[in-house]
Design a binder for this molecule. Structure first.
Ligand SMILES: NC(=O)CCC(=O)C(=O)O
Length: 321
């Protein structure tokens, strides 16, 4: 199940990933038709599972176009859990994809609608819609294991290139998501822009995860600069596997995703990387590789938390402003 706490003691090395496991990132081509996107995703999950994959990852906003104008009209209610099929066709489709193919499924992300009632002194309390960018992870029996709401919203402005403000429409989540996959170990799930915040990845790694999994949709400005680099950096910092799963690029859409879904190993080597077209990339994850990396370069035992106990407050010895 998902946890959201401060880091506990490190899990002893060999237990991080109990046995090798094959992961797939489905670089899905989706369009404006949600039902068609769900059905296409189901076909691709079946295809991935037929090659022995046990952990399948879908991209950010896999069932809709990506953009602030689209979030409200594609949003689904996820509460109560499980929601009814009317509230969330995507929840039910993802659960069936996991169950029918006997895989763990990190179900990309979907826009989530949460109807919160504002308490007020007036007699008519009106529900206020709140939207999140939310990732659901299912077990091989189709049970929901974790819900991650994107914590860091994608608000950037690079003049002449790209301006995007998720926070115009979306609200941020507030919890780190670590998911136990009983046969294998733990993974962390976060969404796209979350990858730019190494603190999140480090906490997850220190909670004993063997992989950081990011459904994402970088763009054609920052993608070539930072997508692969971020994946390699998080893997290198934490000596852990990293999987990034993008939508395929659709140049007729408003937002042009970078693509290039990839898997990086604990020594920060890219094991597999797509181009921009629809495809499935797979890689075998092996716990021994994590141990090997950590034995050779023993960062775990060399950290100086006595010096940088809390980065938000500067160094512990504190000579900087
Ligand atoms: N969907 C996103 O969060 C995009 C993030 C991105 O492109 C970046 O540069 O960061």
């Amino acid at each position: 199940m998902a946890t959201s706490s401060t880091p506990g003691p490190l899990t002893p090395g060999p237990l991080l990933l109990r046995k090798p496991v094959k992961i797939a990132c489905i670089q899905l081509a989706s369009g404006a038709d949600k039902a068609a996107n769900l059905s296409h995703a189901a076909d691709k999950v079946r295809e991935a599972a037929s090659s022995g994959v046990k952990i399948v990852v879908l991209p950010e906003c896999f069932n809709s176009p990506y953009g602030c104008d689209y979030f409200p009209s594609y949003a689904e209610e996820l509460l109560p859990s499980p929601p009814s099929p009317e509230q969330s066709p995507s929840f039910h489709a993802l659960s069936a994809m996991a169950r029918d193919n006997n895989v763990y499924l990190v179900g990309g992300s979907i826009p989530e609608l949460s109807q919160t009632t504002q308490s007020s002194t007036s007699s008519s309390d009106k529900p206020k819609p709140t939207y999140y960018n939310t990732s659901l992870t299912f077990s091989p029996t189709g049970t929901l294991l974790a819900t991650h709401r994107k914590i860091h919203l994608f608000d950037i402005s690079i003049p002449g290139k790209i301006t995007f403000r998720e926070s115009d429409v979306l609200s941020p989540g507030n919890t780190l998501t670590v998911v136990d996959l009983p046969e294998y170990g733990r993974i962390a799930v976060a969404i796209c822009y979350d990858i730019r915040f190494p603190e999140l990845a480090m906490i997850a790694a220190r909670q004993g995860c063997f992989a950081l999994v990011y459904p994402g949709a970088f763009n054609t400005t920052t993608g070539p600069l930072h997508w692969r680099l971020q994946g390699q950096a998080r893997a290198m910092d934490n000596q852990i596997y990293v999987a990034l799963c993008s939508p395929a690029r659709d140049t007729s859409a408003v937002y042009h995703a970078w693509g290039h879904s990839l898997v990086v190993d604990p020594m920060a080597q890219v094991l597999v990387e797509a181009d921009e077209k629809e495809t499935i990339v797979t890689a075998e994850l092996d716990g021994d590789k994590i141990e090997e990396a950590r034995k050779g370069i023993p960062l775990r035992d060399q950290r100086r938390f006595d010096v940088y106990l809390d980065v938000s407050k500067g160094s512990k010895t504190g000579s900087e402003p």
